[in-house]
Write a protein of this length. Sequence first.
Length: 132
Amino acid sequence: MALNLAGKKFNHLTVLTRLPPQDVRGVIWVCQCDCGKTLEVFAFKIINDLKKSCGCKEHEAKVLAARKKKGNHYLSFRGETRCISEWCEVLALSQHVLRSRLSRGWEVEKALTTPVYKAQEDQYVSDEGQVA
């Protein structure tokens, strides 16, 4: 007799319903992550804490680890001090672009506020001045 996991919460997953038997590896359950995404998970992964979320929490953990990383470069702009990865998240910039701008001597304000591409006569020009 299989366990009934429906309605139970494991870490960030809430078990919704059991799928009909279809895989020799075990029972599959449909779960909903705290972020709202639904996914299919083997029962043994739920019970043994091998699957804790849809993947969103692992991404968040990586972002937090990057922020806490020793040697992070912090920038102050408009009264706020953040590490480069946080500024990139907030402003939707890639770290490569921001680090490249700073290494070329750009002022912090210009590096953070200049769009990645700027229009020039219906063409797009990259930071390096190359027409895309």
